[in-house]
Design a protein around this ligand. Structure first.
Ligand SMILES: Nc1ncnc2c1ncn2[C@@H]1O[C@H](COP(=O)(O)OP(=O)(O)OP(=O)(O)O)[C@@H](O)[C@H]1O
Length: 336
């Protein structure tokens, strides 16, 4: 387990991390998710020992690692732009950490073969880094980081420089790799879909703090505040409530507690239909319903419909923090 306790970090008078605590369960793939500048990379770099905190502690498997140099933390790193040795083959790049540790040649060869197989580069051992695609280079980087059997893998936007299609493929690939290797992994990303689709746990960061920590489902269904709710998916405001567009039910008849609205646009997205509406207050609301529901209502622009919140995920719009979570409650993952 990686535990971060009360870490703060300032750069001049800018606060990059403000009393951050988090526990990353053993063997999990945990994402640090947040907008640019929220402090994700700084937290990762402090865990890796590339940056030192002003206060607080980093515990790796129960040992205080706060002042242990990075090379002795048994950590593997992969960054967005990986600096490979250009004059070395893929095989030698992957073997690098083992070679400098002077391990027996036969053992190195076996381990490298296995790693190249795991990352799907078995046929590429003799190539040079500039003969690989961007995605292949990042997979080589992963193999190289894993070669020395780190206790922890730290990934900082490892697919950030790749195009959307390759990103999506590598994301699935990383999940499968993690299922095979099970090394405790922390992934920095600003992409909520990436975090939601592969992480066991997500820490949502904003303004130098962790806003919420939990499974993707917990965060989506029970966001503790409007920031988390909005960062993980679309949000509509219905009266004084923030709800998910797919949690808005549309009816043709007026009913208690429902809000009157006029249909301003109907957008067919295949199975789903996005309905843009205008409340009597003049506020715009977006609802997402199924094609069947839209057909039953025979929705057309200018129609009057009645909206109510039908889902369980709703926050009061003016409230910053949900009442069930106190501010000082420690952030930790649910039992796996
Ligand atoms: N060495 C440094 N010196 C001064 N300021 C820094 C330094 N490193 C980071 N910062 C500042 O700290 C803040 C947090 O940076 P950090 O890189 O941790 O954010 P991030 O959430 O990872 O964002 P991004 O996704 O853009 O990398 C930023 O405003 C950044 O400018």
């Amino acid at each position: 387990m990686i535990a971060v306790e009360g870490i703060s970090k300032r750069f001049g008078d800018y606060t990059a991390l403000d009393d951050v605590s988090i526990e990353v369960p053993d063997g999990s793939l945990t994402a640090l998710l947040g907008p640019s500048g929220s402090g994700k990379s700084t937290l990762l770099r402090i865990i890796g020992g590339l940056e030192s905190p002003d206060s607080g502690r980093v515990l790796i498997h129960g040992e205080d690692a706060t002042s242990v140099p990075p090379q002795r933390r048994e950590i593997g790193f992969v960054f967005q732009h990986y600096a490979a040795f250009k004059h070395m083959t893929v095989r030698d790049n992957v073997a690098f950490g083992l070679t400098i540790r002077k391990q027996p040649k036969v053992q190195i060869a076996e381990r490298v073969d296995e790693l190249l197989r795991i990352v799907g580069l078995a046929g590429y051992a003799k190539r040079y880094p500039n003969q690989l695609s961007g995605g292949q280079r990042q997979r080589m980087a992963l193999a190289r980081a894993l070669a020395v059997e780190p206790r922890v893998l730290l990934l900082d936007e490892p697919f950030g420089a790749l195009d959307a299609k390759v990103r999506a493929e590598l994301r699935e690939w990383l999940r499968r790799l993690h299922d095979e290797v099970h090394v405790t992994t922390l992934l920095v990303t600003h992409d909520q879909e990436e975090a939601m689709s592969i992480a066991d746990h997500i820490a949502v960061m904003d303004n130098a703090r962790i806003e919420q920590f939990g499974s993707p489902r917990e965060l989506y269904d029970e966001p503790s505040n409007p920031f988390v709710m909005g960062f993980l998916g679309p949000v509509s405001q219905l009266g004084d409530r923030l709800v998910r567009p797919h949690d808005i039910a549309l009816g043709a008849q007026s009913e208690d507690g429902a809000l009157e609205a006029m249909v301003s646009r109907v957008i067919h997205l295949g199975f789903e239909v996005r309905v843009e509406l205008m409340l009597t207050t003049g506020e715009a609301v977006t609802a997402q319903i199924t094609r069947t529901e839209a057909d039953e209502l025979e929705l057309g622009v200018g129609d009057i419909v009645w909206l109510r919140s039908a889902g369980s995920t709703a926050l009061r719009a003016e409230r910053a923090v949900a009442p069930e979570r106190a501010n000082d409650e420690p952030l930790r993952a649910a039992e796996a």
